[in-house]
Design a protein. Structure first.
Length: 202
């Protein structure tokens, strides 16, 4: 069998690589890269919990300890016990303060944050359509959590904050009990200046 010239193979490979990295390409592979780059660029954590505790030291009065946002939600006291179990806070009387691990994980107004998002797949993308002066595509994608710290696996912590085996908190964004590991999300990509960018994460 006659082999194609090496130069021709090089040209084919070059075209293939160019197609993969084309900023204007509208396909699942490229959109996955765009979404992943967004998470990486802004160093967005995979999950944050306990944002109600926005300042430390935190005094857990008797009234606060029993408070629940909803009847079936954990009380502030139960949440603080979960943080203590994970080694994020330590207690002195009614006052809780951050441990070294807690200081590394705590972000004011966000809570205790951990893990990195890995975009595993783009499961759906709508046909690019004109909306006003721009071209948009609606996207559904699946993520998992990587670089998860050991404290986020603590049983007291996961029970208090309803953390799924995947590391994410159990919210309406997650798959049902028959598929608890991946987190399904959606977003909108907009084509501007010849390349696709995120309009926003949802």
């Amino acid at each position: 069998m006659t082999r194609p010239p090496v130069a021709l193979l090089g040209m084919v490979l070059s075209v293939a690589l160019t197609g993969c990295s084309d900023p204007g390409a509208a396909n699942a592979g490229h959109f996955r890269q765009v979404i992943q780059q967004h998470f990486d660029q802004y160093s967005l954590p995979a999950a944050c919990v306990g944002k109600r505790f926005h300042r430390f030291p935190y005094e857990l009065t008797d009234k606060r300890e029993a408070f629940r946002f909803e009847p079936d939600a954990p009380s502030y006291g139960e949440l603080m016990v979960g943080l203590e179990s994970a080694g994020l806070v330590h207690r002195s009387g009614q006052t809780y303060d951050l441990t070294d691990a807690g200081k590394r994980a705590f972000i004011p107004e966000a809570g205790f944050c951990y893990g990195k998002v890995q975009v595993d797949s783009v499961d759906y993308l709508s046909e690019p359509a004109q909306q006003g002066q721009r071209l948009i595509s609606k996207v559904k994608y699946t993520v998992s959590m990587v670089e998860r710290p050991d404290w986020s696996r603590d049983a007291g912590f996961t029970d208090a904050f309803d953390i799924t085996p995947s590391g994410f908190q159990n919210t309406k964004h997650f798959a049902g009990p028959d598929n608890p590991t991946p987190q399904h999300r959606k977003t909108v990509l907009v084509k501007t200046k010849g390349q696709w960018i995120l309009l926003g994460l949802m």
